[in-house]
Structures are given as structure tokens and as C-alpha cells.
Design a protein. Sequence first.
Length: 201
Amino acid sequence: MKESKKKITLSNTKYHLLNNNRVHSLHNPKIKTIVLDLGGVYFEAGTTLALKKIYKLVNASKERIDEVFCEYPCKEGWLYRKGKINKKEFWEIAVQELKIDKRMIPQLQKIWHSSYKPIKGMKKIVHKLRQNYRIIVFSDNIEERIEYLDSKYNLRREFDSFVLSFQHGFSKKEIEFYKILLKKIACNQRNLFLLMIVRNF
């Protein structure tokens, strides 16, 4: 049977993910650091998966639910990921805006966090890459989800460092966040391989 192959080309280099979950090639000897996102790269796109369940539980429009949980600029999910509002403030807004019983909060939290499941083979790939490269997480995320994922998957042990939106007050849609990334990891962009997802709304 012919081996299936998914090729990802980004930045100034490329590598191949094969169906046996090994790194086939990473060209460009200048690359020293690999920066990757969590949702949609290392984990499944958890918010997208969670929303399919939340739509069925919450009696509000999909558009309003998306505004609360997704990353629409200046909306609740965006502010939460940037650390501009905390956990308590976020869920108070969610209860008010979505007209839900506050007793639903633990259920919705569990659905949202647990929908982030590792993409098959990515842990093995990261372990392989860490033999030769520094692996950095660069993610729009919330503190509570990082804590959940760390507790469940020992996330912080799997990478060399983390640059997270809620810690710095910026999102991946803002150039300031990339400047912070480069400064924090002390890496020239020519020596950087970036693997991430940026959604436009």
C-alpha cells in the first residue's frame, strides 16, 4: 500500500508527517527553534469541537455563543484569552449573555477543556524533534485550560518553553505578540520554524 503523506510548508523550511508518525525530513540547517500552536496543531481544534456540544445545551444563537467562546476581536473569548478578564468575570458574562443557569458552568468548562485531545502521533513527533531543536509553544489560550491540559497530559514537560496570550496581553493577530515571542526565546526569525493556525473573523 502506498504510504500516505501530509506535507506542511511554512516559513523558510518544510517537513513531512507520515502515517507512521515519524519525522521524515526537516530541511534547512539554520533552523534551531520550532514554534508551534496548541489547538489545531498539537491538540484537536478543541473550541470548534466543544461548540458543537454547547450549541445543543445553550438556548442562544450560534452567533452569540461563538462571540463568547471564540476569538472575535473585542468580544469575551478574545478578552479572556488575552487575560483582560479573569475566569470569574468571563463566566459571569457568559451566564448573563447566554441566559444560562450558573449551575451549568462546571459542565461547560469540562466540555470546553476536555475537547482538546492530542492529535495522534504529535507527542511522538515532538519528542523526536526535541532531540535536535528547541520546541516552543506559542498560543492564544486561557490559564485554566493550560492548567487542565498540564494536569491531564503533563503538557509543560513536553515542551521547552511557553509564550501564552493570557500572560502577555496580546493575541496572534497582533504584531506585538510576535515581538514578545522573539524577545522571550532570544531567536532570530531566520532560525525559526513557525507552525500555527491564525483564524480570521
